[in-house]
Design a protein around this ligand. Structure first.
Ligand code: IMP
Ligand code: MG
Length: 335
């Protein structure tokens, strides 16, 4: 068994969907598995020139790859079924390809209503937190018990270990949210209610030795949506928000913006054991020719794209792993 894992090193919205989509095109995955979160996520994917925003469904579906919502996820059934219909209408055989793990948990309408009243955290109001709370309180309902999900249900164990359809299983794990929103590593309580690291992918039933690559995805600047104050004082952040279209894919909220925080990025790359790190949205800062980042309290400014690229690659090789591959990409460019 081989597994590649895509993780977000910041606060979500770094372009995991784009990387996962590119990897699906390049590699021969048998499965794409969503490993955490629910419909709080919004993955924006451009497939054959058409724009898709999925919340629950992993991107393998665009390539005819079996796509599973794993045991680490929570599922709102109506949203899930609606997404299946939308993909089917666009000619994508989602009914055949998409599956839900027996032991994923349900987000109920009660969870939604409760989350809808949140004022402290600035959640996406999709019921995520209450669903995970009930799961851990042992009051939740597993996906296999919802009659509407019956046609989609698979046993992860059977699928990965007792399925004669595959000589070799090759999985792409597609996560949701990011390191800065991780329930343990993020800035608690301004976090989501699931784990957003590599460990979270493995909890979906795969042995650690299966890991081949860990793709850490970041942006060259940072964005955050939620109740805490995050945006820096620089006026350029208004311009970045417009140029970078930094509005939530799920809620439409404007994302707060700041320069990249290298200390957090390094921590996320270390804890996730990244073999690759990709910085997205280079084209946005290129248009402004403005390149800055924080290391600790110090704000560094760079003259050119090349300068910041060399600094980041050198630091990550020196302080995370000498064999790490560091890449830089524009919004709609390939890796
Ligand atoms: P929840 O996950 O809806 O409970 O929201 C908790 C925090 O995570 C809030 O700050 C949300 O804005 C943030 N969050 C949840 N999902 C995403 C996402 O996909 N992208 C960015 N932020 C997210
Ligand atoms: Mg997103």
């Amino acid at each position: 068994m081989i597994a590649d894992i895509v993780v977000d090193l910041q606060y979500g919205d770094c372009g995991k969907g784009k990387i996962a989509h590119a990897l699906c095109r390049e590699r021969n995955y048998t499965h794409v598995i969503r490993y955490n979160g629910g419909c709080n996520a919004g993955h924006t994917i451009y497939h054959n020139g058409e724009k898709f925003v999925t919340h629950h469904i992993p991107c393998g579906v665009f390539f005819g790859i079996k796509s599973i919502i794993g045991p680490g996820c929570v599922v709102h059934v109506d949203t899930f079924l609606k997404e299946i219909e939308q993909l089917e209408e666009a000619g994508i055989p989602a009914k055949k390809l998409v599956h839900v793990s027996t032991n994923a948990h349900l987000i109920t309408d009660f969870h939604r209503a409760e989350d809808g009243r949140d004022k402290e955290i600035g959640t996406t109001k999709k019921g995520n937190g209450p669903a995970y709370r009930d799961k851990y309180a042992r009051k939740g309902v597993r996906a296999m018990h919802d009659p509407r999900l019956q046609p989609y249900i698979v046993s992860m164990y059977h699928e990965l270990y007792e399925n004669e359809d595959y000589n070799e299983i090759e999985i792409l794990f597609e996560g949701a949210q990011g390191f800065g929103l991780d329930i343990d590593w993020g800035d608690y309580p301004y976090v989501t209610s699931s784990h957003c690291t590599v460990g979270s992918a493995l909890l979906n039933g795969v042995p650690a030795k299966a890991i081949r690559d860990v793709w850490g995805v970041a942006k060259i600047y940072e964005t955050y949506v939620g109740a805490k104050s995050f945006e820096g004082p620089d006026e350029i952040f208004d311009t970045i928000r417009e140029l970078g279209q930094e509005y939530g894919a799920t809620t439409g909220r404007p994302r707060q913006i700041n320069w990249l925080d290298f200390d957090m990025l390094k921590m996320a790359a270390r804890i996730n054991g990244c073999t690759k790190v990709i910085f997205n949205k280079m084209d946005i800062l290129e248009g402004l020719n403005s390149w800055c980042l924080y290391e600790g309290p110090s704000l560094y400014q760079f003259d050119t794209r090349k300068d910041i690229e060399l600094w980041l690659s050198g630091k990550l090789e020196l302080e995370v792993d000498e064999d790490i591959d560091v890449m830089f990409s524009g919004d709609r460019e390939f890796i």
